[in-house]
Write a protein that binds this ligand. Structure first.
Ligand SMILES: Cc1cc2nc3c(=O)[nH]c(=O)nc-3n(C[C@H](O)[C@H](O)[C@H](O)COP(=O)(O)O)c2cc1C
Length: 200
């Protein structure tokens, strides 16, 4: 039997048509149910303002170019092998450079460097070279920029990237790191930058 003839038989069968419509109804119902269980995005954002987060500047360099972005999403995944993740918004097209370069560094910010963090968060809308000119930088083994005054810097090779909703989750294996002098930390809480000083 030719493919066309088989298709015609399939479409004309009332049994198959009814099954198709029942399964489509079930799928719609499942989608409706899942959507009704989702948290409201604005409520989620509001709740996240209570989440005190360390501020980092994640940087990259390579064929696509040098870029830095202030983030609160950087966190540790594993210590063996040492692995970090960071989530970058898809709304900034240039965030694709991180994946294209295949390397990134996470620079954990001290309160002293708040102006640098504000610059890399887009304050003043400075071009990237000017954002970098506010700090003193070295180059990690991967080629990613490491901030000399960071509380800690992690030089990473990208090992995986996955798009989840509005963000790309970048997973990096740490190939080099530097721990700076202990100093008050820069944190973000209730929509503002704050100093966390444990009084050493
Ligand atoms: C405290 C703080 C944390 C942020 N965390 C993230 C983050 O985890 N991921 C992200 O993509 N953007 C984050 N942003 C936003 C980016 O820093 C900002 O959108 C971006 O740097 C704007 O840069 P552009 O002017 O180059 O587009 C954060 C901003 C601030 C102030």
């Amino acid at each position: 039997m030719s493919a066309g003839r088989k298709g015609a038989l399939h479409r004309s069968s009332p049994y198959v048509t009814k099954m198709d419509s029942i399964s489509a109804d079930l799928m719609n119902e499942e989608e409706r149910l899942l959507k009704s269980m989702r948290a409201d995005p604005l409520e989620f954002r509001e709740a996240m303002t209570r989440f005190a987060a360390a501020v980092s500047v994640v940087t990259t360099d390579g064929a696509s170019g040098r870029r830095g972005v202030t983030v609160s999403s950087a966190c540790s995944v594993s210590d063996d092998p040492a692995t970090l993740l960071v989530c970058l918004n898809l709304s900034s097209a240039d965030n694709a450079w991180f994946e294209e370069n295949g390397v990134f560094a996470v620079n954990v910010m001290s309160a002293r460097d708040e102006a640098i963090a504000r610059g890399f968060a887009g304050e003043g809308k400075l071009p990237q070279p000017e954002r970098f000119s506010r700090g003193s930088w070295s180059t990690g083994a991967t080629g990613a920029p490491m901030l000399d005054t960071a509380l800690a810097s992690f030089d990473c090779r990208l090992i995986d990237a996955k798009v989840i909703a509005t963000h790309t989750v970048l997973i990096g294996e740490v190939v080099g790191l530097r721990t700076g002098a202990a100093a008050p930390s820069l944190v973000y809480l209730e929509r503002g930058f704050h100093t966390l000083d444990i009084g050493r």
